[in-house]
Write a protein that binds this ligand. Structure first.
Ligand SMILES: [Zn+2]
Length: 253
């Protein structure tokens, strides 16, 4: 149980960092977080709770086996999705899991992924609500962006929240893994927000903060006629450099 307590504390810390008002990543009930507990269950933020002030009772333990099969279903009513979310709880007295708990379950089932964070980051959303949204996912502008956010991000066209969104996230993430041979660090959802994922709470926070910084750089560079993106060859070289790999390890990436 010690391990479970540590993971819960890490999840609360990550949530408080993502919910900090000065960072402009999430306000009120925006965003959610999750953490893998073991083979069978994970912790996820309850619906309607606030990241910045998240408490132990705002976190729900859910069974992966109760939610992952939903990804195979063609269509479920909102009521059926709600029922499945409630039935997935280990403690039936716990709060209702976030409607986005299904994509958290999928992402936490990827190899090496232990924490997931989702926010509606202000600057990232400036670009995701613009005609240039896809460019933010496909290109990189500076080396630290590659270290923290990977060589590219998954791009999700505007999709209804809930089960449909979880299914599109799975489809696009599988294509990314086929192409890059590793899970993504960042998923960008058009007209919605950003998901970051990793093996530690530090890597999830670093990818989130760096993606928001990259978005600020993008917006500023766009005002000056840019951005000038790194070439694919440069991006690949930075990703493979031994000093950058060492830096990733030191940063618990
Ligand atoms: Zn959202």
């Amino acid at each position: 149980m010690q391990n479970k307590d540590n993971i819960l504390q890490d999840l609360l810390t990550l949530s408080h960092e993502l919910g900090r008002e000065d960072r402009g990543l999430a306000m009120l009930g925006e965003g959610n977080t999750s953490a893998r507990l073991g083979d069978e269950t994970y912790l996820v933020k309850a619906s309607g709770t606030c990241l910045g002030t998240l408490k132990e009772e705002d976190v729900v333990e859910c069974r992966l086996s109760a939610l992952l099969p939903m990804l195979e279903k063609d269509s479920l009513t909102d009521q059926q999705v709600d029922d499945a979310l409630l039935a997935s709880r280990v403690d039936p007295k716990a709060k209702k899991p976030s409607v986005e708990a299904v994509f958290h379950a999928y992402l936490l089932s990827l190899p090496g992924i232990k924490f997931v964070g989702h926010t509606h980051a202000t600057t990232v959303n400036q670009i995701l609500c613009s005609p240039r949204a896809q460019e933010l996912a496909e290109h990189r502008m500076f080396p630290d962006e590659i270290v923290c956010c990977g060589v590219a991000s998954v791009f999700i066209p505007n999709t209804d929240p809930g089960l449909k969104l979880a299914q599109v996230i799975r489809r696009e993430t599988e294509l990314f893994i086929q192409k890059h041979q590793c899970p993504p660090r960042v998923i960008l959802m058009q007209n919605h927000g950003i998901i970051t994922l990793g093996g530690s709470r530090q890597s999830v926070l670093a990818a989130m903060l760096m993606a928001e910084k990259a978005a600020k750089v993008f917006v500023g560079a766009a005002a000056l006629g840019g951005p000038v993106f790194l070439t694919d060859a440069t991006t690949a070289r930075v990703a493979g450099r031994p000093d950058e790999v060492y830096r990733q390890r030191v940063l618990k990436m």
